[in-house]
Design a binder for this molecule. Structure first.
Ligand SMILES: [Zn+2]
Ligand SMILES: [Zn+2]
Length: 388
């Protein structure tokens, strides 16, 4: 068992956010993970976007989406943003609804131009076109780099997916091209072998490793990011597997999917118990299985996501995890923020300004090459109909 000590904070928040924040001091003294002093926090509870400078050795993780393929009004689907003290930012999955969450951070989209996709279910990639075009319209003047796995069939690889996405949105893209920076309207795909464990990104002291995931059919992968001795591991979707156990071992923050129990899922979804059992245990991970994984992985903080965090589900998920795991745990909700340094981890919440304007584009956006505002897009008879 990894040595742990410090502060455990358990907060039951409105909106059914049940979060355990964990701090560790430099002494390395192990203490049992029980409810302790809740005052020894290093950060304010709320994180306000663009108000805090990360330390040189600090990582900040923001849950942009934590939900499921069944769309929910108040919860986006899978996406996590990882920001590093060196200024680098990385997106892991970008499911439907994630763009609204990212917008709440008032980012310069030129800085969020790297996305690592685990697989091509809509709840993991559904907002990619919105990131491409909305981000371009907002402030990105550079191409969007999309990293993802190959597949047995070439048309199921990330390269084919992004090429088809560009074609599907050609009417939109060509209507804006020329007026907006030329490069910002492009995707650069980076396709890697889905069946291998390999470093697929290695720049500026940051390594991202892809490794196989087991999820309904061939192709999905999970990722591990390493930087300055800190690590973030993201399962995307998978059933418990040997690759995750190896790659996530002793990670600082290990994110893994879980679903409600099969019994609860059958009740909520109206699916038969047979189908619910298949979905929960053969395609995803039950709360009990999630706990078993984390008991072996022993991360500094385990993060469970990929279920509706409504109160009637979350207690069941939490109770199931506790059957097999008693270490540091955060049950993810959208806009959960995790600050990570070598000697401290703290879970907070993002406090967005819903009335804020988007962040103004950089000087680089204004100066980026443009081929000119498009002409000739309107037929003469349509143009003749204009009355000003
Ligand atoms: Zn999936
Ligand atoms: Zn999913």
């Amino acid at each position: 068992m990894r040595q742990r000590s410090g502060t455990i904070l358990i907060t039951l928040a409105i909106g059914a956010i049940f979060v355990v924040a964990f701090g560790m001091d430099n002494l390395g003294n192990a203490q049992s993970p029980a409810l302790q002093d809740t005052t020894a926090k290093k950060y304010s509870r709320s994180f306000f976007p663009n108000t805090e400078q990360l330390a040189a050795n600090e990582m900040r993780i923001t849950a942009l989406g934590t939900g499921m393929p069944t769309v929910a009004y108040d919860q986006a689907s899978a996406s996590f943003l990882v920001e590093l003290g060196n200024g680098d930012k990385f997106l892991f999955d970008f499911g439907n609804g994630a763009m609204n969450s990212l917008a709440a951070l008032q980012v310069d989209y030129s800085e969020t131009d790297k996305v690592f996709i685990g697989h091509l279910h809509t709840d993991h990639v559904g907002d990619l076109s919105i990131l491409l075009i909305g981000g371009w319209f907002g402030s990105r003047h550079t191409p969007l780099h999309v990293y993802g796995p190959s597949a047995l069939l070439p048309e199921h690889g990330i390269k084919a997916h992004t090429e088809h996405l560009m074609k599907a949105w050609d009417w939109d893209i060509s209507s804006r091209a020329g007026g907006l920076p030329d490069a910002g309207g492009r995707i650069v795909p980076h396709e890697h072998d889905y069946s291998k464990t390999a470093v697929i990104y290695d720049e500026n002291g940051v390594q991202v490793t892809s490794f196989p995931a087991v999820h309904i059919r061939y192709r999905p992968v999970s990722y591990r990011l390493n930087w300055k001795g800190l690590s973030f591991v993201f399962s995307s979707d998978t059933v418990p597997n040997k690759w995750y156990l190896k790659e996530a071992k002793n990670a600082d923050v290990a994110v893994h999917g879980t679903w409600p129990t099969a019994k609860a899922w059958a009740k909520i979804s109206g699916q038969s118990e047979e189908l619910a059992n298949f979905v929960v245990n053969n395609v995803h991970t039950s709360p009990q299985a999630f706990g078993k994984i984390m008991s072996q992985v022993e991360p500094r903080l385990a993060v469970a996501y990929h279920y509706w965090n409504h109160r009637d589900i979350e207690f069941d998920v939490h109770a199931g995890i506790l059957e097999t795991y008693d270490g540091p745990l955060a049950l993810a909700a959208d806009m959960m923020v995790i600050n990570v340094t070598p000697d401290h981890i703290e879970v907070r919440e993002l406090s967005p300004d819903s009335t804020a304007w988007p962040r103004l584009p950089s000087e680089g956006y204004g100066a980026a090459p443009r081929s000119g505002i498009p002409k000739g897009l309107l037929s003469d008879w349509l143009a003749e109909g204009v009355r000003r």
